[in-house]
Design a protein around this ligand. Structure first.
Ligand SMILES: NC(=O)c1ccc[n+]([C@@H]2O[C@H](COP(=O)([O-])OP(=O)(O)OC[C@H]3O[C@@H](n4cnc5c(N)ncnc54)[C@H](O)[C@@H]3O)[C@@H](O)[C@H]2O)c1
Ligand SMILES: [Zn+2]
Length: 474
């Protein structure tokens, strides 16, 4: 399995790994029910697990555990399910995990596990050398069931979304492919010139064709999509790999959603925008003459393979575009993520977006918070005919407005993004903002920052209008 969209996220690992502590945090972030099988089992048995072990032995315990685990894994609504450390010993539980869950192994080294588990009442943590031997025996079973190996909450959220973030990921692309069908690679001439050869080597004998698309937004047209539809020679088990910025991944994802009524695709984002935003969450689109992103589909990439090392060749102005989304993400998360070194910055921001999108894959609720600053940004971009201002600059300004309306200090936006007011027609910008799909009656709904995180609030028109006016140069 490649991700946990529409599936249970199962957490396995040795005792002392921290499953029961981190599990509820992950469930909360994903907005899913949390099931701790050992705890439920104790409730049902009316006794503690150590006591049950004492009275009935391990064999009887494993039988009880099997019934509970299988019942939980067969629940229809995707949940976060923590399994006891020994549950993977049971073959039928392993089968059920394979069929119904995306399984992550929470890693812990044996010494840490022993320190956390010894001295308590855990029946299998009484003798240190036996404990280490058990660790070694289970290791193989854990590896066999694990779809991903994780160390913390962000790792789990990324794994759940099918997002792989690590330096050198581009070179390991071959090991991240799915199925055994042909692979088509889509890239633009510039990115292809720098990273195309490495990608082709990594794809190896699976690679059947390479398709070049224009650089930047010019790729997102019906004409380019049509050309790809006619060039592709894939079966339903084929796979399309998109290597490039958000424009390349948006177009390719859309083509993958529609070609043969949908084939799998892998995003390999090469810009900051792509790595923290565009390649995550399954929104794909092309532009129409009437406006941006007007034809599209939700089509979750089987994987997003994120290699922060490729950002080394990104021009400074493209990097700044991405920092606007990074500042947005940090403000939403309530942490100065923009201060982190690049690989960690990408990992944390990508994890934040992954969690919100898994919570709300079709943008019917919580995902709206990702629009922080964007209502203003879109109005400014429209008033500038998408020419005098870039999306990143407009988002920087939009964040200023959102912070002001939230009664917050705006220093960070000034320091990190230094957005300059734009010269656009005020009436056009205001008209564009009111047309924004979030407008209701005489009121405007905006994503703002409350005391406990993002909120959607209705603000009177005159307040919104003056916040917009402040972003526009005389
Ligand atoms: N689907 C979503 O959820 C989502 C989210 C945000 C943005 N987007 C879309 O993403 C698009 C913007 O994407 P973008 O900001 O990544 O830019 P882009 O894809 O439009 O352009 C990137 C430019 O940088 C070059 N480039 C890319 N990677 C490079 C590298 N590593 N080294 C050197 N040059 C490199 C490319 O050749 C291209 O010229 C917009 O169309 C936007 O609508 C989509
Ligand atoms: Zn944006």
């Amino acid at each position: 399995m490649a991700h946990a969209l529409n599936r249970h996220l199962a957490l396995v690992g040795f005792m002392g790994a921290g499953k029961s502590t981190l599990g509820p945090q992950v469930a909360e972030r994903l907005g899913r029910p949390f099931i701790d099988l050992d705890r439920d089992l104790e409730q049902d048995l009316g006794t503690t697990i150590p006591e049950f072990f004492e009275q009935h032995g391990e064999k009887e315990f494993r039988l009880q555990e099997e019934g509970h685990a299988i019942a939980a894994l067969r629940l229809p609504d995707p949940a976060v399910i923590v399994l006891g450390g020994g549950a993977v010993q049971t073959q039928s539980i392993r089968n059920e995990l394979r069929d119904r869950a995306f399984t992550v192994l929470l890693e812990v080294d044996p010494d840490t596990a022993w320190q956390r588990s010894a001295g308590g009442d855990r029946p299998l943590a009484r003798d240190e050398s036996e404990f280490h031997a058990l660790y070694e025996r289970r290791r193989e079973l854990y590896d066999a069931v694990a779809d991903a190996h994780v160390y913390d909450v962000d790792d789990m959220l990324l794994a759940a979304a099918g997002v792989h973030v690590h330096t050198g990921a581009l070179e390991s692309l071959g090991s991240l492919l799915l199925g055994d069908g042909d692979v088509a690679l889509v890239t633009d001439p510039h990115v292809g010139g720098i990273y195309g050869a490495a990608a082709q080597v990594a794809l190896g004998s699976r690679l059947a064709s390479v398709h070049e698309v224009p650089q930047g937004e010019a790729a997102k047209t019906a004409a380019v999509a049509e050309r790809l539809w006619s060039e592709l020679r894939l079966d339903r088990d084929g796979l399309i790999v998109a290597l490039g910025g958000g424009s390349t991944t948006d177009l390719t994802g859309f083509v993958a959603a529609t070609y043969l009524r949908g084939v799998s695709w892998i995003a390999v984002p090469t810009t900051v925008v792509g790595q923290v935003d565009a390649a995550i969450g399954g929104k794909t689109a092309i532009d129409l003459p009437q406006g941006k992103n007007l034809a599209g589909a939700f089509h979750w990439p089987a994987r997003a393979v994120v290699d922060p090392a490729v950002l080394a060749t990104l021009p400074e102005d493209e990097r700044r575009e991405g920092m606007a989304e990074v500042v947005k993400t940090g403000l939403l998360a309530g942490e100065p993520l923009w201060e982190l070194p690049l690989p960690e910055l990408v990992r944390r921001c990508a994890a934040f977006k992954a969690a919100i999108c898994l919570r709300d894959p079709h943008e019917q609720g919580d995902r709206v918070i990702l629009n922080l600053g964007h209502t203003f940004a879109h109005a400014l971009e429209a008033a500038a005919d998408y020419e005098a201002v870039t999306h990143g600059q407009a988002v920087g300004l939009g964040l200023l407005a959102a912070l002001r309306l939230s009664g917050r200090a705006t220093d960070v936006v000034g320091e990190v993004l230094a957005p300059e007011r734009v010269r656009v027609d005020r009436e056009r910008a205001w008209a564009a903002l009111r047309r924004d799909k979030k407008a209701r009656g005489g009121e405007l709904r905006l994503v703002l920052l409350g005391d406990n995180g993002p909120v959607v609030e209705v603000r009177p028109e005159h307040e919104v209008r003056s916040a917009l006016d402040e972003l526009i140069a005389e």
